[in-house]
Write a protein that binds this ligand. Structure first.
Ligand SMILES: *[C@@H]1O[C@H](CO)[C@@H](O)[C@H](O)[C@H]1NC(C)=O
Ligand SMILES: *[C@@H]1O[C@H](CO)[C@@H](O)[C@H](O)[C@H]1NC(C)=O
Ligand SMILES: *[C@@H]1O[C@H](CO)[C@@H](O)[C@H](O)[C@H]1NC(C)=O
Length: 433
């Protein structure tokens, strides 16, 4: 009897499991097939909308903002459109592809993949994932909330990364969002020159605003071929917050859209750079054993073959704590606005209850979605780089302002680069100012 009951129980469970699987699988199948692109019409003349050349584009729903579409075939042949959406109000979006030369139109429903780090704000970074038609490799696409109607006039976006760049650079630094009357000229120039000493070939800056003098500095580095500016007029579309979390103050998005800028920077450099560094302009990923990033990364890579994301611990060097040791109070620098990092070599000690944040060097090809201090989704593993290999030198206002100088840790790693840093800054300053 017990045996029989057990058998019945077993059969029921098996049946239930089978039924659930069938239901789930068919649901997934239906969902997946509804994402497949469909040919909707054949007419060569309709693909005539203007080509978008702005870095933030509002769709007609006013709830979706497109940064750029990127071809992504790491899993399937699809387009990943980096954008910003209202997390509640945007329910459906469609990718429209125009296949030349025969003029077939395909429309694909986008999977709206909202990033998990929304911090309570109404607007959030999103990847709009669209399957591309199998039979062609469209150069342009449009995005709309409707899968019907005349798309002829919709603005067209060029799909980036269609071709992998043949000769990528080694290191690109992504600086997300320069804003306000940013005028910390000396520290900016010192950071740039440090990046160059450490091996940077490109610095991408998402620029909202800055001071007049800073414009001159940027123009110098653009002409030098190091800096690339992505105009970032996010304030024309959304109310930005200076806090990282939502405080119910009517703002729309976190920190000038920093996270969407970082994600865009990863994809923009996917085939253009072997490594991408995600840090702010007042931060330098500073090796203590190696003379540059290349030698540091080659030894880190050897020790961590499966890793695509290297995390570096952030340490605060307060700009309020000076050192008078060393010949670093240079008279020709005194008229330049901003912080002289060479005079700040004391770092705040760790606090018991607080974990120091991390900044990253990543292989962009291994990243799917990134946040500021870690990646959200990736193909490779992450590793925390030990403090004796490198740290993030972060010179800013203190976090532990009340702590007297003698409780800070003197760390003069930066001074090992001082000779070349001073020489290079002295070469650059007269050309700019
Ligand atoms: C963008 O396009 C507009 C109009 O099509 C044109 O006036 C403008 O010069 C273009 N800007 C850039 C940066 O190419
Ligand atoms: C979108 O915003 C523009 C400018 O604020 C406004 O003129 C337009 O009516 C808005 N469209 C929708 C659909 O809300
Ligand atoms: C730098 O030197 C000048 C002139 O000797 C002095 O007035 C100033 O206080 C020094 N600044 C710092 C931060 O040491």
């Amino acid at each position: 009897m017990i045996c029989h009951r057990r058998k019945l129980y077993f059969v029921t469970v098996v049946c239930l499991v089978a039924l659930t699987s069938i239901v789930t699988l068919s649901y997934l199948w239906v969902q997946k097939s509804s994402l497949l692109p469909k040919i909707i019409r054949q007419k060569a003349s309709v693909c005539s909308g203007g080509i978008v050349n702005t870095s933030i584009t509002a769709l007609t729903d006013n709830r979706t903002f497109i940064i750029a579409p990127y071809f992504d075939n790491r899993e399937r042949k699809m387009t990943r459109v980096i954008g910003i959406v209202h997390h509640k109000e945007v329910r459906q979006l469609y990718c429209w592809y125009c296949c030349q030369p025969d003029g077939e139109i395909y429309v694909s429903r986008a999977l709206i993949n909202v990033h998990s780090d929304r911090f309570g704000f109404p607007y959030v970074t999103a990847d709009l994932l669209c399957l591309e038609p199998i039979s062609c490799h469209p150069r342009y696409m449009s995005i709309d909330w409707s899968d019907k109607g005349a798309i002829g006039q919709l603005p067209r976006f060029e799909i980036q990364n269609r071709k992998a760049d043949i000769s990528p650079v080694e290191f690109t630094v992504c600086i997300s969002t320069m804003f306000g009357e940013y005028n910390n000229v000396l520290q900016f120039i010192q950071s740039m020159e440090m990046y160059k000493i450490l091996g940077v070939q490109r610095v991408m800056i998402y620029k909202n605003r800055c001071s007049k003098l800073m414009e001159k500095v940027l123009a110098f580095y653009i002409a030098e071929g190091i800096v690339e500016i992505i105009p970032w007029p996010i304030t024309s579309y959304l109310k930005v917050s200076l806090m990282w979390h939502y405080t119910d103050d009517g703002t729309d998005i976190c920190y000038y859209g920093q996270i969407v800028a970082l994600n865009d920077c990863i994809y923009r450099n996917m085939y253009r750079s072997k490594y991408v560094l995600l840090n702010d302009i007042d931060e330098i990923i500073l090796p203590s054993k190696n003379p540059d990033w290349k030698s540091m990364m080659s030894s880190l890579e050897k020790q961590n073959p499966q890793v695509g994301i290297f995390l570096f611990e952030n340490h605060i060097f307060p700009k309020t704590v000076f050192t008078s040791t060393g010949p670093f109070n240079i008279s020709s620098w005194r008229s330049v606005p901003g912080v002289n990092i060479l005079q700040h070599v004391h770092r705040e000690p760790d606090r018991k209850e607080i974990v120091n944040p991390w900044k990253m060097i990543v292989d962009p090809k291994m990243v799917i979605q990134t946040s500021v201090h870690s990646v959200l989704e990736a193909y490779g593993e992450s590793v925390k780089v030990p403090l004796d290999v490198a740290l993030v030198y972060h010179c800013r206002v203190p976090l532990q302002a009340k702590l007297p100088k003698e409780f800070l840790i003197q760390d003069t790693t930066l001074w090992t680069f001082s000779k070349s840093l001073i020489r290079n800054v002295n070469k650059v300053l007269p050309k700019i100012l």
